[in-house]
Design a protein around this ligand. Structure first.
Ligand SMILES: Nc1ncnc2c1ncn2[C@@H]1O[C@H](COP(=O)(O)OP(=O)(O)OP(=O)(O)O)[C@@H](O)[C@H]1O
Ligand SMILES: [Mg+2]
Length: 294
């Protein structure tokens, strides 16, 4: 199985929990997903709720099983789709007081799979997902950069094998419903318009990810530099300089700031002197926001 998955993480996981704390705007995203998915995850609770308040099991309760356990994470590069998938899974098992597994489909194998193996790969991945899902255990599968595997079947260039793989994927998403909330599928993409319509239709929720706004950029600098006494007007200036107004209409992404600007500022200082506000600013002028993916 090792070859199909990049990693298999047991949940809850303290490393993921720790990383989640550094994510800006996470709670809001999580609440939205959780309030949507709890209808799927807690059938017994729903039956009890219905009997308590309506003296009967409303038909809709049973029909909720027809919902698909699919979450699509869509948005530009570096906006947190991949980190959030793990973070959501971790928080979800904590809220439900359960254990879980997080499986990430390997992109490497998918590359090889392009020559007709994709359908088998999808089959194997879902077989493993089903195996991992148990009564007290929720199994999560992340298909990252899903446009590579789930692109719309209507394009003419698409090979027969690739179309077959998309069909298999749809069929597997349908079958996942039998697991009644014990397995959840995440698909991330920065090209939502490439994803097959039948898959989009099945998504229980499409979560949109954006580049940070000014307030979020300020929080990002503050969270990453806690202990380095930045004044409020300096934080504000950093947020402004990384915003769309100062960068031809496209601001810095979360990862541009956290994985490029700040590391470069550190590199320019370490080991001879400490970080200064000026160093951060100088580095920032040399770096451009990553281009938008269309
Ligand atoms: N909400 C956030 N708050 C703070 N940092 C964030 C946030 N979202 C993303 N980051 C930072 O950006 C980095 C990149 O995030 P991630 O890899 O999840 O982006 P992505 O949307 O999956 O991008 P891609 O489409 O290129 O795969 C993370 O490692 C993290 O440091
Ligand atoms: Mg990603």
């Amino acid at each position: 199985m090792e070859s199909i998955f990049d990693n298999i993480t047991e949940l809850p996981n303290s490393g993921i929990q720790e990383r989640t704390k550094s994510l800006i705007g996470f709670d809001k995203k999580f609440d939205r997903i959780f309030s949507n998915l709890k209808l799927l995850l807690d059938q017994e609770g729903l039956v009890a709720w219905s009997k308590k308040f309506h003296k009967t099991e409303l038909p809709i309760i049973g029909q909720l099983k027809e919902k698909y356990p699919l979450i699509i994470l869509a948005g530009d590069a570096g906006t947190g789709k991949t980190v959030s998938a793990e973070a959501i899974a971790d928080r979800m098992v904590r809220e439900l007081n359960k254990e879980g597994f997080f499986l990430k489909l390997s992109t490497r194998v998918r590359g090889e799979g392009l020559h007709g193996q994709m359908g088998n790969l999808v089959n194997d991945a879902f077989a493993e997902l089903k195996k991992q899902a148990g009564k007290r255990r929720v199994a999560f599968l992340l298909i990252d950069e899903a446009d590579a595997i789930a692109s719309t079947r209507s394009t003419l260039q698409m090979h027969q094998e690739e179309k077959a793989a998309v069909n298999t994927l749809i069929q597997k998403i349908d079958e996942m419903r039998e697991l009644q909330g014990r397995a959840i599928l995440f698909m991330s993409t920065n090209r939502l318009h490439f994803i097959d319509e039948a898959i989009i239709r099945r998504a229980s929720i499409i979560l949109e990810f954006d580049r940070p706004d000014k307030e979020e950029r300020m929080q990002l600098f503050e969270k990453s530099l806690t202990g380095f006494a930045l004044k409020i007007n300096e934080l504000e200036e950093l947020a402004e300089l990384t915003g769309p107004e100062r960068n031809n209409g496209l601001g810095f992404s979360f990862s541009d700031i956290r994985l490029r600007v700040l590391p470069e500022a550190i590199a320019a200082s370490y080991p001879t002197h400490g970080l200064t506000y000026k160093t951060i600013k100088d580095v920032m002028f040399k770096i451009k926001p990553s281009p938008k993916i269309v």
